[in-house]
Design a protein around this ligand. Structure first.
Ligand code: DGI
Ligand code: FE
Ligand code: FE
Length: 196
């Protein structure tokens, strides 16, 4: 599938605002992929489809989580987390994308996870720093992303956890595993192993 086909499929699933966000994530992801030496085409596809399920009805997403091999604990956490794993499932089923690297980058784009691949980090970070984002601290993370992929992911997950704590929201375990895993890598001085 080429970029134009992919974009027209996803446009039908999203609001105009979310589509513009998707374009921002796509452009950012391609730059990061080149910089950190992962497949640019995979990064482009994963970015285009990362929010594919964002506007699916909650009942449909709940049903998919119940019926498919997904962590059932998702159901006890914020519904905002659901579109990522459900999106990976629907992108395979409805769009026919079979590449596991792409599907995992979609699946983990909201929470991250322990031992993320470089492609997963690229999508996670592109989603956080695309030009339309205005989060407090995003300017610093954009700067860090230019030379330190792991450092930038750590800062973005820290900001997300802080945001959740400030609102008395629950923190999904994978979000904490993202932080813990990368901080341990950093402390062991292995922060540059995967980043070429
Ligand atoms: O889909 P986007 O808006 O582009 O961004 P996203 O996929 O990162 O989703 C952001 C939302 O997910 C935001 O409302 C915060 C929420 N979120 C992210 N991590 C966690 C979380 N919510 C809970 N409860 N726990 C988390 O660990
Ligand atoms: Fe998302
Ligand atoms: Fe997004």
């Amino acid at each position: 599938m080429n970029k134009g086909e992919a974009l027209s499929i996803v446009k039908n699933q999203l609001t105009e605002h979310r589509y513009q966000h998707t374009i921002g994530v796509m452009e950012t992801a391609v730059v990061l992929a080149r910089q950190y030496k992962v497949d640019e085409k995979k990064a482009e596809m994963a970015a285009i489809f990362h929010d594919y399920a964002k506007f699916r009805p909650k009942d449909e997403m709940r049903q998919i989580i119940l019926e498919q091999q997904m962590p059932q604990e998702l159901l006890r956490f914020d519904t905002e987390l659901w579109h990522a794993p459900v999106g990976a499932f629907l992108v395979e089923k409805e769009v026919g994308i079979k590449d596991l690297d792409i599907l995992n980058a979609i699946k983990y784009h909201t929470s991250g996870r322990e031992n993320m691949t470089t492609l997963e980090k690229v999508i996670y970070l592109a989603d956080y720093i695309e030009p339309g984002r205005k989060f407090p601290g995003v300017v610093e993370v954009r700067e860090l992303a230019k030379h330190d992929l792991n450092g930038a992911v750590i800062e973005s997950v820290k900001n997300t956890i802080q945001f959740l704590l400030n609102r008395n929201h629950t923190v999904y375990p994978d979000t904490l595993f993202t932080y813990n895993g990368l901080i341990q890598e950093y402390k062991n001085g292995r922060n540059s192993i995967n980043e070429g």
